[in-house]
Design a protein around this ligand. Structure first.
Ligand code: COA
Ligand code: AMP
Length: 633
């Protein structure tokens, strides 16, 4: 029997992992319940519940209907953009998912096939994900803010049988037409005849009728035969989610079915304290891991109600938007990114708009995606009067590595810390050579193997890249790529990335990918992109370019060109708007650009110049250029 307090649960998960996780697995309905917890036969690649058989979509939907909760709301769609509110009961959602699974099946999608989903925040995005899972197929959702080239890279790697999309997305300033982007992407991917299924939305220029051979969602739904859930092995993949690596090529994080269902279900009860019938609203996007885990799978596995919000924290129509949604849908738990809270605070510093709404249903606010800075933590705690819980995780882990488990205990919350490690995460802080560091000393945050259920099992069709990217730096550990320290009570403080990944408004982006795009410009000899501190978005990318000799382009034109290139090839979401022309970039003797030093100089932080620096004069020159350029941004 597992005890319900944090310290005992954590200790048991490390000392007796099989017992702990097999016990947690009882919350899931299995076709064949697992007898074995961990499969170490392919170490350092591990699997969870190798003899278990289940269907994740069945667990998220049908079983709640069978348990008599068919009339309870499963999903509420609230579009602040369009002024639409619509709810779906568990019975309705199960019917729609079964029907759309029938559509996919009629187009040849079966167990193990991939389905790429490129959709805005509408219920059909979740329906498409759950329908794919119902067939035992594998979805790969691509965030709608990514440009055709990024979509093409994912289509090329995942090799889907079908692409599911919608006419477009609605941003406050404009409508984003998806169909031309999909057309371009399948062309770039070399698969121009790939079947495309389109959910039509009003108000877009391009429609399914403009594309020969493309299929209309509603028409297909009207003739489809509903499909039953297909049994899969717990270790079979549920989805691939591409995330930024340090190179231009995104990494296809692979999530399994059984481990994920068990871990999410544990987290809903013990971290978020969400029970059947509660309302959880995660204000993110289905294109990110947070959306996969806590807009779609987590709340539905728990039999709770989830909210799909198409809108922004501010401007749709004002900084009271979140409070309005909490009131209208009686939200119990809100999960958002710190940047959204900062945007609300900037627009309404005293949260005066709160006076218009009744948010008494709210029990807890969770934040993740980037560090919850202490100012924002104190502000949110004060104005909302509920516990504000920072928790730290990554696309790779699928659920929180560190959190304050509200369903287990009343552990103190410390400003600036995502609290303590969750079960199964053997958290350690090590120095560059893998040695343990003392409490209070910053180092690389690593996780002992095997990782708990729900975490990535590998990278899509690339075990070697998984091992070389994550498992080789520190023997026996998974390297998170984050640095931080622990205090005397074991609370973690995450300080930032150790690689070239940046976090812009909670969106994870690769500066390497931006450099690749900028490097294509004929005037650019070399370049570096770094993430500078930004009071609203946490970080913002800033590019530094060295021109080829003899090139004579006016700087304003070059800057415009480069900004447009990154927007075209990566997407508006990169928010790449700043470029500075410099005479040279600081490098080590082996040619490595000192991006960290550049960032420190630009942010006005303390920095030390490595002794391997090629030319100190370059650094001195940069100090003159970077500081005023950064301050003037
Ligand atoms: N599809 C197409 N374009 C998108 C998009 C999407 N799904 N999401 C964002 N964009 C575009 C925006 O329209 C904007 O384009 P613009 O440069 O032409 O104006 C650009 O990408 C940057 O958008 P955004 O990051 O939303 O910045 P913003 O300045 O408009 O708004 C915030 C700032 C803080 C309000 C906003 O970033 C926000 O809500 N952040 C929270 C993000 C979040 O929840 N992340 C969760 C990850 S866990
Ligand atoms: P993503 O894979 O998009 O979820 O981004 C993961 C990265 O975001 C982590 O490796 C961290 O660098 C950062 N991050 C996410 N949540 C937090 C948090 N609560 N505190 C600090 N950094 C965070």
């Amino acid at each position: 029997m597992v005890t319900k307090n944090y310290l005992d649960s954590y200790a048991q998960s490390l000392e007796k992992p099989a017992e702990f996780w097999l016990d947690a697995a009882r919350n899931i309905s299995w076709s064949t319940p697992p007898q074995q917890a961990i499969d170490s036969s392919r170490a350092p690649l591990y699997g969870w519940f190798p003899d278990g058989v289940l269907n994740t979509s069945y667990n998220a939907l049908d079983r709640h209907v069978e348990a008599g909760r068919g009339d309870q709301d499963a999903l509420i769609y609230d579009s602040a953009m369009l002024g639409i509110k619509r709810s779906y009961t568990y019975a309705e959602l199960t019917g729609l998912v079964a029907q759309f699974a029938g559509v996919l099946r009629s187009r040849g999608v079966g167990k193990g096939d991939r389905v790429v989903i490129y959709m805005p925040m509408i219920p059909e995005a979740a329906i498409a994900m759950l329908a794919t899972a119902r067939l035992g197929a594998v979805h790969s959702v691509v965030f709608g803010g990514f440009a055709p080239k990024e979509l093409a890279a994912r289509i090329r790697d995942a090799a889907p049988a079908v692409v599911v999309t919608a006419s477009g997305g609605v941003e406050p300033s404009r409508r984003i037409e998806y169909l031309p982007a999909v057309k371009e992407a399948i062309g770039l991917a070399g698969t121009p005849d790939l079947p495309v299924l389109v959910k039509a939305r009003e108000g877009f220029a391009s429609s399914v009728a403009d594309h020969a051979g493309w299929l209309d969602w509603d028409t297909e739904m009207s003739v489809a035969v509903p499909a039953a859930p297909v049994d899969v092995k717990a270790t079979d993949p549920l989805y691939i989610l591409y995330t930024s690596g340090t190179t231009g090529a995104p990494k296809g994080v692979v999530r399994d079915n059984g481990g994920y269902a068990v871990a999410l279900s544990w987290s809903m009860e013990n971290i978020y304290d969400v029970c059947p019938g509660d309302v959880m609203w995660t204000a993110s996007d289905v294109g990110w891991v947070v959306g996969h885990s806590y807009i779609v799978y987590g709340p539905l596995l728990a039999g709770a109600t989830t909210v799909i919000y198409e809108g922004k924290p501010v401007g749709t129509p004002d900084a009271g938007a979140f409070w309005r949604v909490i009131q209208d849908h009686r939200v119990n738990v809100l999960f958002t990114a710190p940047t959204a809270l900062r945007a609300i605070r900037k627009a309404d510093p005293e949260a005066k708009l709160l006076e218009r709404y009744d948010i008494s249903s709210l029990r807890t606010l969770f934040a993740a995606g980037e560090r919850l800075d202490t100012d924002t933590f104190h502000w949110a705690s004060r104005v909302l009067g509920v516990p504000v819980v920072d928790h730290w995780w990554q696309t790779e882990t699928g659920w929180a590595i560190c959190a304050n488990p509200r369903g287990l205990d009343d552990l103190p919350i410390k400003a600036g810390s995502p609290s303590v490690p969750m079960p199964g995460f053997r958290l350690n802080i090590v120095d560059g050579s893998g040695g343990d560091v003392e409490n209070g000393t910053e180092g690389n945050i690593v996780l002992g193997l095997p990782l708990p259920p729900g975490t990535l099992t590998t990278l899509w069709r690339d075990d070697e890249r998984y091992i070389s990217s994550y498992l080789q730096a520190f023997e026996g550990y998974y390297a998170t790529g984050d640095s931080g320290y622990r205090d005397e009570e074991g609370y973690l403080y995450v300080m930032g990335r150790t690689d070239d990944i940046i976090n812009v408004a909670g969106h994870r982006l690769s500066t390497g990918a931006m450099e690749q795009v900028i490097g294509q410009h004929p005037a650019v000899a070399e370049c570096a992109v770094i993430g500078l501190a930004d009071p609203l978005k946490g970080q913002r990318p800033s590019g530094y370019v060295v021109l080829k000799s003899g090139v004579d382009v006016p700087e304003e034109i070059l800057v415009k060109d480069l900004v447009a290139l990154v927007r075209r090839d990566i997407g508006a979401v990169a928010d790449f708007k700043h470029v500075t022309v410099v005479e040279a970039l600081p490098k080590t003797r082996s040619g490595k650009i000192l991006r960290k030093t550049m960032r420190q100089i630009a942010d006005g932080d303390e920095y030390t110049v490595p002794s391997t620096i090629e030319d100190f004069a370059v650094i001195e020159k940069l100090i003159e250029t970077l500081r005023p350029a950064a301050a003037g941004d």
